[in-house]
Design a protein around this ligand. Structure first.
Ligand code: SF4
Ligand code: SF4
Ligand code: SF4
Length: 345
């Protein structure tokens, strides 16, 4: 363990703990932009600077470990002024188009601008506007909103192990580019960690605003991993999906199905009643009628050809209990061990 003081508070943390982590544990909130709980330190935004007794210049707290006897200050007048200078550099080409940005209301950049009280950051359009090289059918890249924090690139590499995108530098400027479009799994990890509206989701556009939505905690039903997610619900419709890094085995990550596969829930083509096919045409039926017919067919097949002529395949979209009931039904009611699950396909 190492002991130090942060803002005159005595702290004691395991060796290797960064000043930012130690401050957060002590309840001291240092502004950050590129830092993300699930990512290794990036150190690109220079918002988390702190003063260390004896050092001539501030250091980034996200990648500086606590050392024995260190005295750290996180909230001095000089630090505030330097953070404002650093933030204005970031804002130079970032139009404050919050009213039409999908991220407004849950944007880290918006929050830091508000927190530091920056009201005069004149926007200078680039002479050569950036071209949105990275975009998928599900994700849109707004290059002029990108602050080059590198969270998306780091997440694609460090969390997903994919490396589909990178930053192309051009002097002191740059933008996100695709390294290998075929590698991209459209998982949306990059979108999830982006602290600004530079990466937004195409499906949920214009469907709701963060402060108008309800968030409903649930478990993804697509596969057995059981990722935890939050459905964004407005007017009883699911308009998007988000996650919480502190919940579940997935720690905020999802695959393409969990992140973007929610539109079927309110789709008007979804079946709402059982259908029975007669003379080549489907007609609507009641549940009782459909279940009676199914039971009748199973019984006659079993009678004619034996129980092993029937097999059952169940689904990862069912709960554990439903899958248990299904195998019980196949074994005890139909009388066969021909039962399997799509997770083995
Ligand atoms: S969607 Fe997933 S795979 Fe594609 S760039 Fe983003 S993080 Fe990488
Ligand atoms: S797209 Fe978002 S996460 Fe990626 S560098 Fe730009 S601002 Fe950062
Ligand atoms: S998000 Fe993907 S990996 Fe996670 S439970 Fe859903 S389908 Fe499975």
């Amino acid at each position: 363990m190492v002991s130090a003081t942060i803002d005159n508070r005595e702290i004691s943390v395991p060796e290797g703990t960064t000043i930012l982590e130690a401050a957060q544990k002590a309840g001291i909130d240092i502004p950050t932009l590129c830092h993300h709980k699930r990512l290794p330190p990036i150190g690109s935004c220079n918002m988390c600077i702190v003063e260390i007794n004896g050092n001539t210049k501030p250091v980034n707290s996200c990648n500086s470990p606590v050392e024995e006897g260190m005295k750290v200050a996180t909230d001095t007048k000089a630090l505030h002024e330097q953070r404002v200078v650093n933030l204005k550099k970031i804002l130079k080409h970032h139009a404050l188009d919050c009213p039409i940005c999908d991220k407004a209301g849950e944007c880290d950049l918006q929050d830091v601008v508000y927190r530091l009280g920056v009201t005069d950051a004149p926007f200078e359009p680039r002479e050569n506007p950036r071209i949105a090289e990275y975009s998928t059918s599900l994700i849109r890249y707004w290059p002029e909103r990108c602050i080059l924090c590198q969270r998306c690139v780091t997440a694609c590499n460090a969390i997903k192990g994919i490396g589909a995108i990178d930053i192309k530098s051009d002097g002191d400027d740059g933008q996100i580019v695709v390294v290998d479009a075929d590698k991209c799994k459209s998982c949306g990890e990059c979108l999830f960690v982006c602290p600004t509206g530079a990466l937004t989701e195409n499906l949920s556009r214009y469907k709701g605003r963060p402060w108008l939505e309800n968030r409903v905690e649930t478990t993804c039903t697509y596969c057995g991993c059981g990722c935890q997610l939050q459905l964004k619900v407005m007017d009883n419709r699911v308009i998007g999906v988000t996650t919480d890094v502190d919940r579940g085995v997935n720690q905020g990550s999802l695959c393409v199905k969990g992140r973007f596969g929610y539109e079927f829930i309110g789709d008007e083509n979804r079946l709402t009643t059982p259908l029975i096919k007669e003379n080549g045409e489907f007609r609507e039926a009641s549940w009782d009628e459909a279940l009676d017919l199914t039971a009748q067919k199973f019984s006659s097949i079993k009678e004619e050809s034996g129980p092993d002529s029937i097999a059952g395949l169940t689904s990862a979209k069912c709960t554990n209990e439903e899958n248990y009931l299904f195998q019980k039904f196949m074994r005890a009611v139909i009388g066969t061990n021909n039962v399997d699950h799509c997770a083995r396909l």
